[in-house]
Design a protein around this ligand. Structure first.
Ligand code: DGT
Ligand code: CA
Ligand code: CA
Ligand code: ZN
Length: 579
């Protein structure tokens, strides 16, 4: 059993106990244990063999026994018993924004609701407003939540789709006769959600590759098994299409199947006017009745035939990239190699799974020159936020890590909570002691738009704030962004010189691509950070960089492409100027 599966069982146990109205400490213990397992970088099974599960953070005796049972049998009796007490769809209901354990309990016990469909019709019929703790507003919220969920459940988050596609390609590369292989479609464009995975290959033995593909372990259902195209449904519910194309058409097919459809339609219009024909087989010059093939092996040849430079896949959305290419105005997009440091991460001091030293070593191995350790502030009690005393205490460990690991700068930093009134969760003199401060909203999601906007801008006006983390608070497919006047926030960021984060975690990608692009237009500096809660999550940076690329961002727009000396100078200047 993988760590993620064990964490899921523990977290479900906590949720079911909460619905039952069990002791909150017990509920919390399961949630913490799940979080602790999720953040581990080592397999739980290995840890158990090496010693005692109880040595893990937040794992007590009772839970350790349940983990052992899971490792031995793949099941946990306690979890199974709890599951049997509730309708099978209880977790579907809980995924609806606006339905928490308390609401679920009321719905199940009072109304006998056992599915999302039943919930929807009850809400439509106005049957929920009479229930304790609910009202017409809750009813509307639930209906909106259901609609939102339906919209997102058709698509998969980029992070999951990426992992699945990499897994497929790795296995095919290992034991199938493939030559060229490339993921196309929205995945290559790095869209935040993916409808299906499209993989293209060339091969001398297409049937063998197809057989291997439909026989992969992760395949739950075979939709099509053909000689040149196969489609499967993976266990995670994501569809993957595999196409075999002739080598001389690989570039043409890659261009065609990368899309977007809108981008391709524009290209083909352009081609027609130049008496050129583009399709998934190649690019052809039309001479009367005859067509002369001018390319198709390489993707560049497709653009070259139109007199255009190759347009990076992330830009292919028909958002001005064709005009920019024509005018020689394509941006020099940022790359992962331009990033010199990661400016948001959590250590074991708050809710992270790795020590400061482990984070620093991992970052150094990635080639970074610095990191900012941004543990949470006190009001984040659930995330073990640091009191002023503990924040100062942490400084000793930072100093020790600096001595132990030369060659990487460790910024003594925080992710400080922006309170409801826009004030910050640490006093000024404490913020002034730090090397770097990002501020963010973690509470009061449902504030009015104007109030939320004012709240964030007030935080930015504090000269000790360097940047705003995950500026809209969204969790893709799980939680809507909060209401905020993004234009006003970005304008304030530009004039105050506060950086806006592109949070690289694939469930966040916040700012999103279009907001990043607008930020750049307004002259806002961005920072691309992983918000890693364990050392291995530092590798999520490329999702943030891809989102930045989709926002036309260049290295010069991004704070963490600068050397650390410039960051320090910037902070000193900003607090002098404004303070
Ligand atoms: P998705 O899967 O919904 O996230 O988005 P895509 O872009 O991956 O779309 P998909 O999988 O339907 O098709 C892959 C690419 O193939 C698409 O981006 C462009 C190309 N394509 C597919 N169907 C058409 C079409 O009817 N017309 C044109 N021009 N291109 C198409
Ligand atoms: Ca696709
Ligand atoms: Ca497709
Ligand atoms: Zn945060």
């Amino acid at each position: 059993m993988k760590n993620a599966d064990i964490a899921a069982v523990l977290s479900e146990t906590g949720t079911l106990l909460e619905i039952k109205g069990e002791n909150p400490f017990k509920v919390r213990a399961y949630e913490r244990a799940a979080e602790s397992i999720r953040n581990l970088t080592q397999d739980v099974a290995e840890i158990r063999e090496a010693g005692d599960l109880r040595s893990l953070p937040s794992i007590g005796g009772g839970i350790a026994d349940k983990i052992a049972e899971l490792l031995d049998t793949g099941k946990c009796t306690h979890h199974q018993e709890l599951l049997s007490e509730f309708p099978e769809t209880v977790f579907d209901m809980l995924r609806i924004p606006g339905v928490g354990p308390k609401t679920a309990k009321t719905l199940i016990e009072r109304e006998g609701i056992a599915s999302v469909e039943q919930l929807e019709s009850a809400a439509r019929a106005g049957r929920l407003r009479e229930l304790p703790g609910m009202g017409e507003k809750t009813e509307q919220e639930i209906l909106r939540g259901i609609a939102h969920l339906r919209e997102y459940s058709k698509r998969t988050n980029l992070g999951l789709a990426w992992t699945i596609a990499e897994g497929i390609m790795e296995q095919l590369r290992e034991d199938a006769p493939v030559d060229d292989m490339e993921a196309a479609g929205s995945l290559r464009r790095m869209k935040e959600t993916i409808g299906d995975i499209d993989i293209l290959i060339t091969s001398d033995h297409p049937e063998a590759v197809m057989d291997r593909f439909v026989g992969l372990d992760l395949v739950a259902e075979i939709l099509v098994h053909g000689a040149t195209k196969s489609s499967v449904l993976t266990g995670a519910g994501v569809q993957a299409d595999l196409r075999v194309v002739p080598p001389e058409s690989f570039g043409a097919a890659l261009q065609y199947f990368t899309g977007s459809k809108e981008h391709n339609v524009r290209l083909r219009d352009l081609a027609v006017r130049k008496k050129i024909k583009l399709n998934e087989y190649g690019v052809f010059r039309v001479k009367g009745e005859r067509e002369e093939r001018v390319g198709g092996r390489l993707e560049e040849e497709m653009y070259d035939a139109l007199g255009l430079p190759l347009i990076p896949p992330e830009l292919r959305e028909d958002q001005g990239e064709i005009e920019a290419a024509r005018d020689g105005q394509l941006p020099q997009l940022i790359e992962v190699g331009d990033i010199r440091g990661d400016l948001q991460m959590h250590s074991t001091w708050s809710d992270g799974g790795s020590t400061i030293e482990e984070m620093a070593r991992a970052a150094k191995a990635l080639g970074y020159r610095y990191i900012a350790v941004t543990d949470h502030s006190p009001s984040q009690t659930v995330a073990n936020g640091l009191s002023v005393e503990r924040l100062r205490e942490r400084r000793k460990e930072i100093a020790a890590a600096r001595r132990a690991i030369p060659g990487i700068g460790i910024l003594d930093a925080t992710e400080v909570d922006i309170k409801r009134d826009g004030s910050l969760d640490y006093p000024e003199e404490v913020l002034a002691e730090l090397d770097f401060v990002v501020a963010s909203v973690h509470s009061g999601w449902k504030m009015e738009r104007a109030a939320m906007t004012e709240r964030i801008i007030k935080a930015m006006e504090n000269p000790l704030v360097d940047g705003i983390a995950h500026p809209t608070g969204r969790l893709i497919g799980q939680r809507e962004p909060f209401e905020v006047d993004m234009e006003a926030v970005l304008k304030a960021a530009a004039s105050l010189g506060v950086a806006m984060e592109i949070n690289a975690h694939p469930d966040r990608l916040d700012l999103k691509d279009v907001h990043a692009r607008r930020a750049k237009e307004l002259g806002v500096k961005l920072m691309i950070n992983t918000d890693a809660h364990a050392a291995d999550q530092l590798q999520l940076m490329h999702f943030g960089v891809a989102t930045a690329r989709r926002g036309w961002i260049e290295p010069g727009d991004v704070l963490n492409t600068l050397p650390i000396s410039r960051l320090r100078r910037r902070r000193a200047k900003s607090s002098r100027k404004r303070g």
